[in-house]
Design a protein around this ligand. Structure first.
Ligand SMILES: CC(C)(COP(=O)(O)OP(=O)(O)OC[C@H]1O[C@@H](n2cnc3c(N)ncnc32)[C@H](O)[C@@H]1OP(=O)(O)O)[C@@H](O)C(=O)NCCC(=O)NCCS
Length: 196
């Protein structure tokens, strides 16, 4: 373990507010973050060329906040150590005939990409999820052309499972996704979060 970071009490029960890393912290999104997230998700620069076009109004977004849904979506704001909000990372369930599969997704504002922030955010999220939930695997899907996202996943220990052919309608065309996963035994132990 290269450094010791902290978490508030309640961590193991999942009642977490702040997950601290070396470069970034993850903080559970609050209602007051919703206008910012709605703006981000409606901004084509933010979503990037490999995610679908969606436009959200603030009120639509607020309506869905806190509503229990089958995907159990939970969003965390990625903050730099000075508190600047630079993106989000979320976990949610994908329903599969084999059961509920836990998946993560993330995005950063363009000016903060390429600085290692998302790689650390993913490592924090893996530690948090494997420490707090009795789960065997975490997965992520990304456009086959999205090299940056694939690198983030591979650096965090995810392995490519295969290609989901023409599974996403992105900017006018059906696109293939790579499906990645990491198993608990491949994660092995926390990389960022440690008990204090
Ligand atoms: C994908 C994304 C989250 C990556 O976040 P990030 O903080 O820029 O990633 P990191 O800085 O941790 O970089 C990860 C690796 O990808 C590399 N990388 C970054 N941008 C790249 C690009 N455009 N092409 C190739 N490699 C790239 C980095 O060099 C780094 O590799 P290295 O450690 O070997 O140098 C960010 O680019 C983003 O928000 N993109 C738009 C939204 C999106 O695509 N989200 C993911 C949907 S699945």
């Amino acid at each position: 373990m290269n450094h010791t970071t902290s978490y508030r009490s309640g961590f193991l029960t999942g009642e977490i507010e702040l997950l601290e890393g070396k470069l970034v912290n993850l903080r559970v999104a609050e209602k007051e973050d919703l206008p910012l997230i709605a703006n981000w998700l409606s901004d084509l620069e933010f979503t990037g060329q490999y995610q679908g076009l969606r436009q959200f109004s603030k009120s639509e977004f607020e309506k869905s906040f806190g509503v229990e849904d089958k995907h159990e979506l939970k969003e965390f704001i990625i903050e730099k150590k000075d508190g600047t909000k630079i993106g989000f990372i979320a976990h949610f369930y994908v329903l599969h005939v084999a059961g509920k599969l836990l998946e993560i997704g993330y995005s950063l504002i363009p000016s903060e990409r390429g600085k290692g922030y998302c790689s650390e955010a993913v490592n924090i999220m893996l530690d948090y999820l494997f420490l707090s939930k009795d789960i065997m695997r975490i997965q992520a899907a990304t456009d086959t052309r999205n090299v940056a996202s694939q690198k983030v996943l591979e650096k965090a220990g995810f392995r490519m499972e295969g290609t989901l052919r023409k599974c996403g309608f992105i900017r006018g065309e059906w696109r293939d996704n790579c499906l990645y996963s990491i198993l608990r035994e491949e994660w092995k132990e926390p990389k960022i979060l440690t008990k204090r």
